[in-house]
Design a protein around this ligand. Structure first.
Ligand SMILES: [Zn+2]
Length: 177
């Protein structure tokens, strides 16, 4: 039996694109690549997962993350929603949005593990934080999965960290340049 495929769009939310923790231009530049990837997977009837970084107070102030990053992606605010045209896909049949309060999304990795999905494509932001954490998490939870991370579909506010994290991911996923 052949395995199923999915696309994971990591945290492509307004706060990480042009909001409070925005990557700026590098994140704006990948919007059309991400949209093409979403369309390609929906056309092939693959599941498209959106991870949604989701925080609430007072929980956020007590989290480890709060010592590094100011409050962001507050649930139901504009900054929490996917950015630009990608927002339009959030309610599209075949797209499943999963909220998470940590860098990696344990529920996503579990869902993939419990399914027949063994081909996983990943795009999103930041390359060195949530993309990296989710790639690590999926690799370790689903060790028989083929995982591809698209360099042209990822962005970070820090160009050096973008490149370094892609180099680190090459030891356990395929990085498509
Ligand atoms: Zn966060």
């Amino acid at each position: 039996m052949s395995h199923a495929h999915c696309l994971v769009v990591v945290d492509y939310q307004k706060d990480f694109v042009d909001g409070v923790l925005g990557c700026g231009q590098p994140a704006l530049d990948i919007e059309s690549f991400i949209e093409k990837k979403i369309q390609e997977h929906l056309d092939a009837r693959h599941t498209v997962f959106f991870t949604l970084d989701t925080h609430t107070e007072p929980v956020y102030s007590d989290s480890v993350e709060s010592s590094s990053y100011t409050m962001h992606c507050r649930k139901y605010t504009e900054g929490w929603l996917p950015y630009g045209v990608i927002k339009n896909y959030m309610t599209h049949p075949g797209v499943e949005a999963i909220e998470k309060a940590t860098y990696g999304c344990a529920e996503l990795a579990s869902r993939i593990s419990a399914s027949t999905i063994r081909d996983v494509e990943i795009v999103g932001v930041y390359t060195d934080v949530c993309v990296f954490h989710n790639a690590v998490l999926i690799y370790n939870t689903v060790p028989d999965a083929d995982i591809r991370v698209f360099a042209s579909g990822c962005a970070s506010p820090d160009a050096a960290m973008h490149s370094q994290s892609l180099r680190m991911m090459r030891t356990f996923v395929t990085v498509v340049e």
